[in-house]
Design a protein around this ligand. Structure first.
Ligand SMILES: Cc1cc2nc3c(=O)[nH]c(=O)nc-3n(C[C@H](O)[C@H](O)[C@H](O)COP(=O)(O)O)c2cc1C
Length: 331
C-alpha cells in the first residue's frame, strides 16, 4: 500500500517511552518522593504524585505488624489509583516474616514491594533490620531470592552506603540484582551519618556502574537543578527526593520554592489540610498537618508566641485564618 495514502497519516501519536522500568512496570519521570515515615502518607504522597513525582513509595511498615496486626496497617498502605506505580516498603530482619508480609499485602495490589535496608534508627538497625541488613549479605540474598520467586510483582531494595566499618553498598547492590531484585535506590550516606554531612554521589555512581537494573540516586537533592546534576554525575535513572519536598512538593514540577506564587502556596495549604483531615479525621488530620504548614510557610521565621498561637489552634478554620493573617505578604 502507498504510504502517502491519507489514511496512513491518521495514526495515533506513539505512546511516550517510559523513563525506566521496574521489572515489567513502566515508570514515566525521573524524580520521585522518597519514602518518609510520618510524611509520605496518602495526603502528601498523592499531592506530590499529581505534581510530577514519578511513583509513590509508602512510609515503611514493619513486616511483623503486617503478619500479626494487618487490620491496623490500613492507613499506611492506602493509596489511590492515580498514584500508580505504588511501592509498598516493608522492613524486618527475618526472611520468612518478610516473605509472609509481602504475600499478605498482595490483596491491596501494589505494583512493587521494596525492602528497607537503610533505616539507621537504633531500634530498627541494631536488631538487624533496616541498615542492619547491610551487615548480613547472605540474608539479603535469601530475602531477594525468596521474594522475587514468590511474588507476582517486582521486588526492590533501598540501601545506604552501609556502616563506617562495613561499607557494603557495592556488594549489597550486586546481591540484590543477582537474586532477582528489579531496582535499587541508594541513599549516599552511612548508618553513622544518619541524615547529616554530605551524601556521597560518587558512591551512587559506583552502584550505577556495578549493576544493570535501574538505580535511584538519593541524598541532598534540594532543587530542580540538583535533579539534573545528580543524574548527570551518577548516571542514575531517576532521583529520589526526601526532605526538600517537604514544603516544596512543586520541586516535582521543576520549580524552586521561591518560584511558586504565594496564591498557589495558600491553595496547597488548604488542599493538603483538607486531604489530611479527610484521611485522618478532623483533629488528628490538623495535628499531623502542622509540621507541613511549618515548612510550606516557613513559620520558623515568625516570632515564637505567634507561631505557638497558630500551631495550637484546634479548629481548622481558625488555624487557616491565623495563618492568613500572619503570612499575608509573599510566602
Ligand atoms: C522524617 C524522615 C523519615 C524517613 N522515613 C523513611 C522510611 O520510612 N523509609 C526509607 O526508606 N527512608 C526513610 N527516610 C530516608 C529518606 O527516604 C531519604 O533516604 C533521606 O531523607 C535522604 O534523602 P534527602 O536528602 O532527599 O532527604 C526518612 C527520612 C526522613 C527525614
Amino acid at each position: 500500500m502507498n504510504s502517502s495514502h491519507p489514511s496512513a497519516a491518521v495514526t495515533s501519536a506513539p505512546a511516550p517511552a517510559p523513563s525506566f522500568r521496574v521489572g515489567n512496570v513502566p515508570v514515566y519521570g525521573d524524580a520521585l518522593l522518597a519514602p518518609m515515615d510520618g510524611f509520605s502518607d496518602w495526603p502528601f504522597r498523592s499531592l506530590c504524585r499529581a505534581l510530577g513525582s514519578a511513583m509513590s513509595y509508602t512510609e515503611f511498615v514493619k513486616a511483623e505488624f503486617i503478619v500479626r496486626a494487618y487490620e491496623h496497617m490500613g492507613p499506611r498502605l492506602t493509596f489511590e489509583e492515580a498514584e500508580r506505580p505504588v511501592v509498598f516498603q516493608i522492613y524486618g530482619d527475618d526472611p520468612d516474616e518478610l516473605l509472609q508480609a509481602a504475600l499478605r499485602v498482595q490483596d491491596r495490589h501494589p505494583d512493587v514491594v521494596d525492602i528497607n535496608m537503610g533505616c539507621p534508627a537504633r531500634t530498627v538497625a541494631n536488631g538487624g533490620a533496616g541498615v542492619g541488613l547491610m551487615r548480613t549479605p547472605l540474608k539479603v540474598a535469601r530475602i531477594f531470592r525468596r521474594l522475587s520467586a514468590a511474588l507476582p510483582v517486582p521486588v526492590t531494595g533501598k540501601i545506604r552506603l552501609g556502616w563506617e566499618d562495613a561499607r557494603t553498598y557495592r556488594l549489597i547492590a550486586r546481591i540484590v540484582e543477582e537474586n532477582g531484585g528489579a531496582l535499587i535506590a541508594v541513599h549516599g550516606r552511612t548508618k553513622e551519618q544518619s541524615y547529616g554531612g554530605l551524601a556521597d554521589w560518587d558512591a551512587i555512581a559506583e552502584v550505577k556502574a556495578a549493576v544493570k537494573i535501574p538505580v535511584l540516586g538519593n541524598g541532598d537533592v534540594r532543587s530542580p537543578a540538583d535533579i539534573e546534576r545528580m543524574k548527570a554525575y551518577t548516571g542514575c535513572e531517576a532521583v529520589m527526593i526526601g526532605r526538600a519536598a517537604i514544603g516544596n512538593p512543586w520541586i516535582f514540577s521543576r520549580l524552586d520554592r521561591d518560584q511558586v506564587p504565594p496564591d498557589e502556596v495558600r491553595r496547597m495549604v488548604r488542599e493538603h489540610l483538607e486531604r489530611s483531615q479527610a484521611f485522618y479525621g478532623p483533629r488528628k488530620g490538623l495535628i499531623l498537618f502542622r509540621k507541613h504548614a511549618m515548612q510550606y510557610l516557613k513559620l520558623q521565621r515568625l516570632p515564637r508566641p505567634l507561631r505557638t498561637a497558630i500551631l495550637e489552634q484546634e479548629d481548622a478554620g481558625d488555624f487557616l485564618a491565623l495563618l492568613d493573617e500572619a503570612c499575608a505578604g509573599p510566602v
